[in-house]
Design a protein around this ligand. Sequence first.
Ligand SMILES: C[S@@+](CC[C@H](N)C(=O)[O-])C[C@H]1O[C@@H](n2cnc3c(N)ncnc32)[C@H](O)[C@@H]1O
Length: 165
Amino acid sequence: MHRILVGTTNPGDVVLDPFFGTGTTGAVARMLGRSYIGIERESAYIRVAERRLKATRPLDRAALEVTASRRSEPRIPFGQLIERGLLRPGEQLHSMNERHTARVRADGTLVGHDVTGSIHQVGAALEGAPSCNGWTYWCIRREGKMVSIDIFRQQIRAEMAERPN
Ligand SMILES: C[S@@+](CC[C@H](N)C(=O)[O-])C[C@H]1O[C@@H](n2cnc3c(N)ncnc32)[C@H](O)[C@@H]1O
């Protein structure tokens, strides 16, 4: 529910749950600075929901601003870096900790030691971690320096902001 509300609403929006039960939707909405309307027919559930909502504290505004600005940034698929010629198929990426490498493939996936998949999947597999943010994990060597691939994503976002269409 947290992820759904962060991904589909902004602070201040109103969320309607016509099958409110014990109020999970309302509690998450309140925490995230959204308003909510709940409809529920069972009085026992209504009492539980009311107690729960009273005990739920909204996050502070600074935390919500981070949530909002992340949501408003356009999603950039890794493959777009290749389509735009910022990375070439076959180029080698290096992990931020310089322990692992993987090669870029034409379809926007990576191939590493015994593993293929998205930038996130390959990073997680190589680190033995449950998840990994590939954007901040992978770097590429440019003019002798290691550059985070996230720089390219930011470059594309900046271009999109200049030319929205
Ligand atoms: C699966 S529960 C919802 C659980 C809720 N999402 C939560 O996490 O707390 C569905 C709820 O809808 C309520 N409900 C079903 N039909 C309803 C109706 N016609 N009007 C109001 N509430 C209704 C039920 O009493 C039940 O509490």
